[in-house]
Design a protein around this ligand. Sequence first.
Ligand SMILES: [Fe+2]
Ligand SMILES: [Fe+2]
Length: 358
Amino acid sequence: MSTATTEFRTVYTVDELLASRSYEEPLIANGVRCHGGFDADGQYHSPRTLHRAPAIHGWQAQLAREGHDLVEISHALMPPQYPNVEQAKLLLRNGVQEPLVRALTIISIVEGFGAMIRDVSVPDLRELLVEPIDGTALDHLTLGLFEAHARDESGYREEGGHKQMWEAARDAALENPKVPGDVLMRLMGRRGRGGRPKPAFPEIGEPLERMLGFMANVLVVEVVAEGTFQWGIDVLSDPEVSAAPEVAGGMVRNIRADEKPHVEYLRTALSEVRARTIRTVDGKQIAGRVVIDGFLHRILSQMTKNRPSDQRDDVREGLIEAMAKAANPAALEEEFDALDSSWLAPEKTGFEPTSHAA
Ligand SMILES: [Fe+2]
Ligand SMILES: [Fe+2]
């Protein structure tokens, strides 16, 4: 491994990876003190990035110097949000809020689930990987990276995180709407379907399989979320349908800025495994590339297949009932359906299996 220089420092303490810069002004949303804050020029700065951002940069630079790729998930794989921006605005213009309240509440709940990342157990990677991991993102997962991510998503102590920030954006834009009581229950019902998938790589052992599978899943969720943020910004910043276009739109922009380190550290750590060799439980070896690409291919194939219909089924379930509020429900339904985005999943995920074990 290369020696760390000041420019490309690669070893950090937990405290450093959790440290924030000082702010001129805190971020307060709908009366809730949130994380992050503004500098003297009014520029927003994400929490816990004082050292985390340069650290991730250093680990990425190190991978590049060693001649390895950083995994990149194509945005073409991300299905559009349903209802799309135009459909969402149409509903709001017609006084039909419920589907949007539901969609925004689901986003806030899913953000809060992000805190589960701190419970991922990390096996002894020095045992499981052939090559050393000193000074890598992998070596810092339990030294601040997972914890910073968890705090960003669900808040920490008196500070709200993304869960509270989405709620604040929803409540400001839609003027404290009534939130349906069954959002969480329905979401859990859908998530419970299918149970746990079969191991994709039993030869690497369950602890490593679970850790890598979880991280690959979260990475895909984070990349999908990038599309959701743009949707949120487009809908909530429109003064025609939003009561607080600047506050609510700005809030989603801040959340989006906070997501960048999540995508970056996850893809760095997964790329570090991909650049290494894994010891199998039966004393053999398998290329990290085979395993990481295998996970990403499986997750992306399922996501592109299932997400559009899952999201659509969920929204359609209460849509017609919610539309009954409009002056002319039948005309609204027709107009709504005419605005549908057509989308076809790309044929390739970019992580198709190419070769066998090392
Ligand atoms: Fe988030
Ligand atoms: Fe995130």
